[in-house]
Design a protein around this ligand. Structure first.
Ligand SMILES: [Fe+2]
Length: 264
């Protein structure tokens, strides 16, 4: 019988409500799905802007095995020193050479190894190096160590995520999107065996505008005046997917969406 790896991918953790959802839901989910690994995008964990070393450690303690990020990674300056030492927190691999930290890692999952690669799109986001060419380079290196490669493609444009899904179909186990904070309903295994979803959604406050208190977000839209964003209060949920991968070939076997409310 083929050995199958079960991997949870958790969408962007937003502020205290998101951290609460991770704490209350992730350990239970890992047990329920007998997950070998949990990959959590943490770039909005600190009140929506970046992540601090203390919060990163906290999220690891609640069951994250690898943490990914995106455009907000440098918002909290203290993370620069942390990321240079802590390889379980990734920043997009296509930041230009010289940026601290790493964009990929290979970790153990039981007897197997899993590579996690973080990339960021360039449409409506800062123009980093080309994520497609960086993917080629990184995947060639990572596949020397393991056939199982999971890609977090942090994008604003849905087209750019889908393009990366097709670009990597058959070459990686999964491409999952983050950043938009709204879960998409297009999860599928692409023809050559790559599990795909355009966006995992957000792990954060349910009654919000992509995490922000609705009144504050509305004021910005209605007046076009700058104001300070704050995470919404109230109920929270964890959004993400559970992926099954053939550990020998790296082929994505299934992908299922998760939307789990956190207990109050
Ligand atoms: Fe983002």
């Amino acid at each position: 019988m083929a050995s199958v790896l079960t991997i949870l991918c958790v969408g962007d953790v937003f502020g205290e409500p998101g951290r609460r959802a991770v704490e209350k839901v992730l350990p239970r989910l890992k047990k329920q799905h007998e997950a070998d690994l949990a990959i959590v995008n943490v770039e909005n964990a600190a009140a929506g802007f970046g992540v601090t070393p203390a919060l990163a450690r906290d999220i690891l303690s609640h069951g994250a095995d690898v943490m990914t990020s995106g455009n907000h990674i440098w918002d909290k300056k203290e993370i620069i020193e942390y990321i240079a030492k802590e390889n379980l927190l990734l920043r997009p691999a296509n930041f230009p050479a010289g940026a601290p930290g790493a964009g990929s890692i290979v970790v153990k999952a039981g007897p197997h190894k899993v590579a996690v690669l973080n990339l960021m799109g360039r449409v409506f986001l800062p123009s980093l190096d080309c994520p497609f060419r960086k993917a080629d380079e990184e995947i060639a290196r990572l596949k020397l160590e393991t056939p199982v490669v999971i890609v977090d493609m942090h994008c604003e444009a849905t087209s750019e995520s889908q393009a990366m899904g097709w670009y990597l179909d058959g070459r990686v186990s999964a491409v999952v999107g983050t950043h938009r904070h709204v879960q998409t309903a297009d999860e599928r295994v692409l023809p050559q065996g790559t599990a795909y979803i355009t966006d995992l959604g957000m792990t954060g406050p349910t009654d919000s505008v992509i995490g922000v208190e609705p009144a504050i977000a509305l004021q910005r839209f209605l007046t076009q005046m700058p104001n300070r964003f704050e995470p919404a209060k109230g109920p929270a949920a964890l959004h993400g997917v559970v992926i099954r991968v053939d550990a020998e070939t790296g082929r994505g076997l299934s992908i299922e969406r998760l939307r789990v409310p956190a207990p109050a």
